[in-house]
Design a protein around this ligand. Sequence first.
Ligand code: ATR
Length: 285
Amino acid sequence: MTAATTTHTGHTKLAGVIGWPVAHSLSPRIHGFWLKELGIDGAYVPFPVKPGTVEDAIKGLVALGIAGANVTVPHKEAVIPVMDDLDQTARRLGAVNTIVVEPDGRLIGRNSDGYGFLENLHANAPDWSAEIGPAVVLGAGGAARAIVGALLDAGAPEIRLLNRTPARADSIAADFADKRIAVGEWTALASHFDGAALLVNTTSLGMRGQPRLEIDLGSLPPDAVVNDIVYVPLDTELLKSAKERGNPTVDGIGMLLHQARIGFMAWFGGEPLVTDALRNFVLGS
Ligand code: ATR
């Protein structure tokens, strides 16, 4: 039984995740685990919100006294016009994944994806830090944008951005307007591995039901960290190949776990930690 079902609803802090579809979101498990572990009187639930109705849903958060929400596909951009303010990261990315309702009802849009990405690497590849060498980023969707921003902020000397559709990579490079971003050829992935300290897959390739990520790691330095943000399956073909040749690897679930801390602390308080117990609970093992 969760804390929420045993407490006085008048004091129970509420939050949730807004998406469509949202039933498969792991966020309720993450927040449910922390609420119980920290003994906080709260509840976190999925809110299935159809495209086109997100503005009403967000206004409903305020009307219902809900502390805030995570925002996932397809609403991360659509919620922006309803926000009263955006933090610097959400503004720069043009995407919100965490909404905080202030005590006066003001809506603040934040984005914790880049934070989750960096924290996951720091926790699981302790010898890596952004400034030690070039990063190769595969993909140019919303996740890539958050990751590129985080790597730039953390001092990466060079980011090689490779995407099937080069115009999307060009658009990220143009928006950040930072000379450290170099857009390269998707058809020649391996030619960009020279001296790399990090290789990250942000594409959906390798995800269950999606095509394979065809990649030859032969020219990747043996000490380069390989991170896949795909976490279904957890042990992707990319991570398996990297492990086989001895590269340090970091799987994708940690980014999701770490990004969740920002919302939890804002809505419920406390000091939620990313532990093996949380990870095993969320993965259902
Ligand atoms: P997210 O916001 O989660 O990052 P997205 O915006 O849908 O998701 O981005 C998906 C990424 O996977 C993109 O980089 C996409 O490449 P395109 O920009 O060329 O579409 C990449 N991707 C998806 N399917 C792919 C495929 N079959 N081959 C190569 N890249 C693919």
